[in-house]
Design a protein around this ligand. Structure first.
Ligand code: OOG
Ligand code: NI
Length: 438
């Protein structure tokens, strides 16, 4: 029996999702054109690497949906990495990101899905009961998805001849439904509690709510959106522009207002959920570096003017070293190592080799998300008066461990994964040098 490789299945799924989303949301196609134009000003970057989406996002309603999604994504080589709590920022969900975890898999196709789960505990009891009863009735997976995944789990992979069917049927989970699954009054009650509750519970499935290509100059893309009639989110989230980019910078266009129908009713309603996003990734940070990032970010005053915000960020981040050598020396970032000159004859420390230029550093790319940025992305698509709703999942007894226990596969740790890349690179360097480095 021949199985399709998990990486190839993920690549096919990512392409199919992208084609579907461009048809569903034509403005997303305009965003892609802008991104292509910005990226074209950077000659020399391999096109094929740029042209694939980096991530998408869905919002699920109940634990068994999360479990089945984890099993489906496992067949595509995507594992849950990290636990994101957004509820304190007014977003009644908690989340993880399913993504490839090895260097090879990330290089083949980096597609990942930020996956949120509704926290019904944060709703008033009567509405919570209504939401849970509505969700209990739905099955967001095509029967063939369940069958092919179950078979793959037994056999050790998805059969080559089942691959296209799995992609096509899996796509149905992610597609848009313009008719709500609940009557107008139920939709209205859910929406009044929080627009996300309606987005999650009032529809037949968890429509993909955005896709995100990689852009090489996010500041240029932000500026270019308005010129093309694309309304940008007010600010670029994340760290400031730097010579040595760190973590993740993101912006999006605001969610569209789309017409929806209610079963058995002639008059239409409207719903805002779907948008397009762009991202620019930089060096993964160690815990120490990440803490410094959070500490500096906390000093930045809130602003809805991007130029002002970027200036404030730049000022706040002056104390974050902006050279890879210095970031490495202070233990702030993760790196891969390569030998630039001839190998030294006597043992030296890694620090000495880097300082003398014998060993060159290249940053390990940050592959995950940032809770504050994610909350900013969510919030830019919510109505003003809903921004403060939320509450804490930990007050409801939710912890990272409890969320991880919902999953049929192990949850991975972002720091460990990035550190692993550095460690393997260090071992390869030591093998070349013929001695151990401290
Ligand atoms: C997910 C928002 C988070 C990101 O890029 O930080 C996210 C959502 O809106 O469902 O995708
Ligand atoms: Ni996103």
């Amino acid at each position: 029996m021949t199985f399709i490789s998990k990486d190839e299945l993920r690549a096919r799924f990512c392409t199919a999702l992208s084609v579907m989303y461009r048809t569903e949301v034509p403005l997303y196609g305009d965003l892609i054109e802008l991104v292509d134009d910005v990226n074209a000003t950077f000659p020399g970057t391999p096109e094929d690497r740029l042209k694939v989406e980096r991530h998408g996002a869905i919002r699920l309603g109940k634990p068994d949906e999360l479990q089945m999604i984890a099993r489906l994504f496992a067949q595509m080589g995507m594992e849950p990495v990290g636990y994101y709590v957004l509820a304190p920022s007014g977003v009644p969900v908690h989340s993880t990101a399913f993504r490839p975890t090895t260097e090879e898999a990330l290089a083949y196709n980096p597609f990942r899905v930020f996956t949120s789960l509704l926290l019904p505990e944060l709703l008033p009891p009567a509405l919570r009961a209504e939401v849970e009863a509505t969700l209990a009735k739905r099955d967001i997976f095509h029967i063939r998805v369940r069958e092919i995944v179950a078979q793959a789990e037994v056999e050790g992979g998805v059969r080559l001849e089942d691959a296209d069917e799995l992609v096509e049927r899996a796509l149905e989970t992610f597609k848009w439904h313009d008719t709500a699954a609940v009557p107008r009054d139920v939709y209205a009650r859910m929406h009044a509690a929080h627009p996300l509750v309606a987005d999650i519970a009032a529809f037949k499935g968890p429509h993909i709510n955005h896709l995100t290509p990689r852009v090489l100059d996010i500041d240029a893309a932000q500026a270019g959106m308005s010129a093309r009639g694309i309304t940008p989110k007010q600010i670029i989230e994340g760290p400031p522009k730097r010579a040595c980019e760190i973590l993740l910078r993101q912006t999006s266009f605001q969610a569209l207002t789309e017409r929806i129908k209610f079963a058995g009713e002639a008059s239409a309603g409207s719903h805002r959920a779907r948008f397009g996003e762009i991202e620019q990734r930089g060096c993964a940070l160690t815990k120490k570096g990440h803490n410094l990032y959070l500490q500096l970010l906390a000093t930045v005053p809130p602003s809805i003017n991007n130029e002002e915000h970027q200036a404030n960020l730049a000022a706040a981040f002056k104390s974050f070293p902006d050279s890879y050598e210095e970031m490495f020396a202070q233990g702030l970032g993760y790196f891969e190592f390569s030998l630039a000159g001839s190998a030294p004859t006597s043992p030296q420390t890694l620090e000495q080799l880097v300082a003398s230029g014998t060993v060159k550093l290249s940053p390990v790319t940050y592959e995950d998300f940032l809770p504050a940025s994610a909350a900013g992305i969510f919030q830019s698509n919510l109505d003003e008066h809903n921004r403060s709703r939320g509450g804490s999942p930990s007050a409801q007894g939710w912890t990272r461990e409890k969320f991880a226990a919902l999953l049929p596969v192990d949850m991975r740790d972002s720091f460990e994964l990035h550190e692993g890349i550095q460690k393997r690179s260090l071992e390869a360097l030591e093998a070349k040098l013929g001695f151990k480095l401290e």
